[in-house]
Write a protein that binds this ligand. Structure first.
Ligand SMILES: Cc1ncc(COP(=O)(O)O)c(C=O)c1O
Length: 392
């Protein structure tokens, strides 16, 4: 070969030898070839497993997909470029052969609500919203509205309400309606939606799964009935996660068990402390024995792993006081996300729920004095000390 061709081909495209890397490498290749055209033909036709093109499959992303499928006892998974692309893929797949109507929890992550109201509505897909903790209302809405799918979050964001997922899934099943659950807040360690009757579980992997604030990603995990459809739609619309992000997410998941234990125990300590502070009007935390859904939480969550998200309302505070309070934080990071190793605080009416109208926010219970804390894995004493000095 001439040097111009050597630049392109020398050293590349070696078959792995007779060894197995101890951790899945980052496969940064957009396409793959085989010794024979016949084999490539079989792989492209999905008659035999293999890699052909990274929008369809990628070895690193496939490893992550196998991991999350195993964690939630699903049939298969697709790793996506963000939590929202995962939710988009899940909803499209659930509705493809069903009535184009969505019954959704009335409190959801802001972008999910926006997707339903501003994107799907414009495409003729109608959504109606229901209190996820009101089973008779859900039953009525399923009978009257006849949705194609239902959407809920394991723990609603940011009010921390917990619906009875197994009973909601059963209501849906009786009417042939699938349930999609956004399980981001709880992780597979706390809740596995498919075991409770949901058809599809979605995560923003950006959060606890990756866990270190360096990945944007999502996963869709599905049962046997829905996985093939999800995979086919994914191949066609291409919302997939890149191999580097898949690698980082897999790496993050390895310590998710240890992290969640610390996240949850820190959250318990912080929430208990906040509840005693004179400036704090109300605390919303799933570990609170007086939580309105405590009976459901004790029934479906493992003991002492009730989540690590804590919202609280500051007495007599408006936007100016909240800004002063948050500007006063020294260690806690003021940023939009959750589930990272560092503690983060967000102001829902300014960020996660910014694009929701003030009226709709009020109906969701999101007042201007509400802040949301994602409790990290630092020493609990330092988190509390930072909150104390900023509140002072
Ligand atoms: C509960 C929940 N679901 C979905 C998402 C969307 O995830 P992403 O930002 O990875 O698209 C978020 C993001 O904050 C979230 O909090």
């Amino acid at each position: 070969m001439k040097i111009e061709s050597k630049l392109i081909h020398s050293g590349d495209r070696k078959k792995p030898g007779d060894y197995i890397p101890v951790t899945t490498p980052i496969h940064m290749s957009s396409s793959y070839f085989y010794d024979s055209m016949e084999q490539l033909d079989h792989v492209l036709g999905r008659q035999e497993p293999g890699q052909s093109y990274s929008r369809y499959d990628n070895p690193t992303s496939n490893a992550l997909e196998e991991l999350v499928t195993d964690l939630e006892n699903g049939f298969g998974a697709v790793a996506c470029a963000s939590g929202m692309s995962a939710m988009h893929l899940a909803v499209l797949s659930a509705l493809i052969d069903r009535p184009k109507r969505i019954l959704a929890a009335d409190v959801l992550y802001g972008a999910t609500t926006n997707m339903l109201l501003n994107v799907f509505a414009a495409l003729g897909i109608e959504s109606t919203f229901v209190d996820i903790c009101d089973l008779p209302a859900i039953e009525r809405a399923v009978a009257e509205f006849k949705p194609g799918t239902m959407i809920m979050e394991t723990v609603s964001n940011p009010m921390m309400r917990v619906g009875e997922m197994d009973k909601i899934a059963a209501i849906g099943k009786r009417a042939g309606v699938t349930l999609i659950v956004d399980n981001t807040f709880s992780t597979p360690l706390l809740i596995r939606p498919l075991e409770l009757g949901a058809a599809i579980s979605v995560h923003s992997a950006t959060k606890y799964m990756a866990g270190h604030g360096d990945v944007l990603g999502g996963v869709v995990i599905a049962d046997a009935e829905h996985f093939d459809c999800i995979k086919i739609i994914s191949r066609n619309i291409g919302p997939v996660m890149g191999p580097f992000e898949s690698y980082l997410t897999m790496r993050g998941i390895k310590t998710m068990g240890l992290r969640m234990e610390r996240h949850c125990s820190n959250a318990s300590k912080v929430a208990s402390w906040l509840a005693t502070h004179p400036q704090v009007e109300r605390v919303h935390f799933t570990g609170d024995p007086a939580h309105p859904d405590a009976a459901t939480i004790r029934r479906v969550f493992p003991a002492n792993l009730y989540g690590a998200m804590v919202s609280f309302e500051i007495r007599d505070a408006g936007r100016d006081e909240i800004f002063r309070f948050m500007d006063g934080l020294k260690m806690i990071v003021r940023a939009t996300s959750l589930g990272d190793v560092h503690t983060m605080m967000l102001y829902p009416s300014m960020s996660s729920h910014r694009e929701i109208s003030p009226k709709h926010r009020e109906r969701m219970g999101i007042r201007d004095n509400l802040v949301r804390l994602s409790t990290g894995i630092e020493a609990a004493e330092d988190i509390i000390a930072d909150l104390a000095q900023a509140l002072d």
